[in-house]
Write a new protein. Structure first.
Length: 165
């Protein structure tokens, strides 16, 4: 990871710039420009908002709750965030790998737990159950051998899993 210090620094710089610095400056710039170029030159608006301080207070009181609602709608009530998450999954092999590993571990743990419960009740595993274990083991072995971070085996696995559910 140390060999990527330049790219890592570039990423942190962009995050700091876009999330904090540019956001704050954009807000200040928007407030200043809209007040001094629009409101100050419109007499009816100047009566409603007689000073820059009043304008900032009113925009803050109305704008912050409005933007919180818009952010909430973005994440919870529209397909926008789901699309962003889908794209992240498609393009980031590390995120894909974590999700695939989790899905495999859940299936494996469930199968093992079922067999342990049966064996702890002094029941024998049927031939079908043993075959299921081997089938699961073989599926995992094949996936582990074939997948890399640069191919789409993990993505194919996820698409197959989502089609089955």
């Amino acid at each position: 990871m140390a060999k990527n210090i330049g790219f890592r620094s570039w990423y942190y710089f962009r995050q700091g710039w876009s999330t904090y610095f540019a956001f704050i400056f954009a807000a200040i710039n928007t407030l200043t420009v809209t007040y001094y170029l629009a409101i100050e030159r419109a007499p009816f608006l100047k009566e409603l908002l007689p000073s820059f301080a009043y304008y900032i207070i009113i925009v803050t009181v109305i704008g912050i709750p409005l933007l919180v609602i818009i952010g909430y709608l973005h994440y919870k009530k529209t397909g926008a965030y789901r699309s962003e998450a889908d794209i992240t999954l498609e393009v980031n092999p590390f995120v894909r790998r974590m999700l695939v590993n989790t899905e495999i571990l859940i299936a494996l743990n469930l199968a093992i737990t079922e067999k342990i419960i049966k064996l702890s009740n002094n029941e024998k595993l049927t031939e079908k159950e043993i075959d299921e274990i081997y089938k699961l083991k073989n599926q995992i072995s094949i996936l582990i051998k074939e997948r890399t971070f640069s191919n789409n085996k993990d993505l194919e696995f996820l698409k197959k899993e989502t089609e089955n559910s």
